[in-house]
Design a protein around this ligand. Structure first.
Ligand SMILES: [Fe+2]
Ligand SMILES: [Fe+2]
Length: 269
């Protein structure tokens, strides 16, 4: 089974480059399951239900988010509009599972492969957020244990949305042999450490941003530099230049969920 994970889609430049590439990548690699992190898809800050429609139409099965999930109020209402057992589009957009109790939405989605030779096969996507240098989260390690105990699917993909490389590497080891892949998001810089861990989990510290690389992690570089140089507040705007789509392709045994391959993809204009 082939799984494509697209890293943090940032602003209109990110949406454009994903629109350009995701279709041919899915086709060339016979992708069964497509997951996209969309926390920055709306101008760098959050995502709207309308924008997620386009990603679903491009073939996304499930979307993950992170600390920017609440930036657009309409998404909050959208996530709250579906019951846990639904497989509607709104239910297939996740927020980190280990946020404070009582927040809208869900952190896990269990579904079945939509088409192709693996049609009907169960899978699960789990969105977790780090605790180191981040706020509003509970311990992701024990949260992962608790959630995995309830998941029946063998093919399980974890988006670990975290800042610290140490916390991400630790999560890879924590879940090695328990899930198909632990893929990091949030830092917007792809890391060259994709590998298969010894017990069969594909791991990468950060998939990287799908967005404008002539920027500071997606934001207009002059505005960020201004803030560093003066210490004064400035309104951040999404950059546009040099867009790349960063994604990671994971191959696994459909019956056991064990990863058999992991490959980084970076495509520009
Ligand atoms: Fe992000
Ligand atoms: Fe983030």
């Amino acid at each position: 089974m082939n799984i494509l994970f697209v890293g943090d889609i940032f602003g209109s430049a990110g949406r454009k480059i994903v629109r350009e590439h995701v279709g041919h990548v899915r086709e060339a690699h016979n992708v069964d399951l497509t997951i996209m992190n969309v926390e920055n898809a709306a101008g760098g800050f959050g995502v709207t239900p309308q924008i997620t429609e386009e990603f679903f139409d491009l073939g996304a099965d499930v979307m993950t988010t992170g600390n920017h999930v609440w930036d657009k109020r309409e998404l909050l209402e959208y996530l709250a509009s579906v019951p846990a057992g639904s497989d509607k589009r709104a239910r297939r957009i996740l927020r980190p599972a280990n946020m404070q109790p009582g927040v809208p939405g869900y952190g896990v989605y269990e579904g079945t492969i939509a088409g192709g030779s693996n049609k009907g096969l169960p899978y699960a996507v789990l969105n977790l957020m780090g605790k180191v240098f981040m706020s509003g989260t509970n311990d992701p390690f024990n949260a992962a244990n608790d959630l995995l105990a309830q998941i029946k699917a063998k093919v399980i993909v974890v988006d670990f949305h975290a800042e610290a490389t140490s916390e991400k590497v630790a999560m890879g080891w924590h879940l090695d042999g328990k899930v198909t892949a632990v893929l990091g998001t949030h830092t917007h810089i792809p890391t060259a450490d994709e590998r298969l861990l010894p017990n069969g989990t594909a791991y990468q510290t950060d998939v990287g941003m799908s967005g404008p690389y002539d920027s500071v992690i997606g934001v207009d570089k002059d505005l960020v530099l201004q803030r560093f140089l003066t210490g004064m507040p400035s309104k951040f705007e999404a950059a546009k230049g040099n867009p790349k789509m960063c994604a990671t392709l994971v191959t696994c045994d459909a019956a056991t969920g064990r990863a058999t391959g992991v490959q980084r993809i970076m495509l520009g204009e």
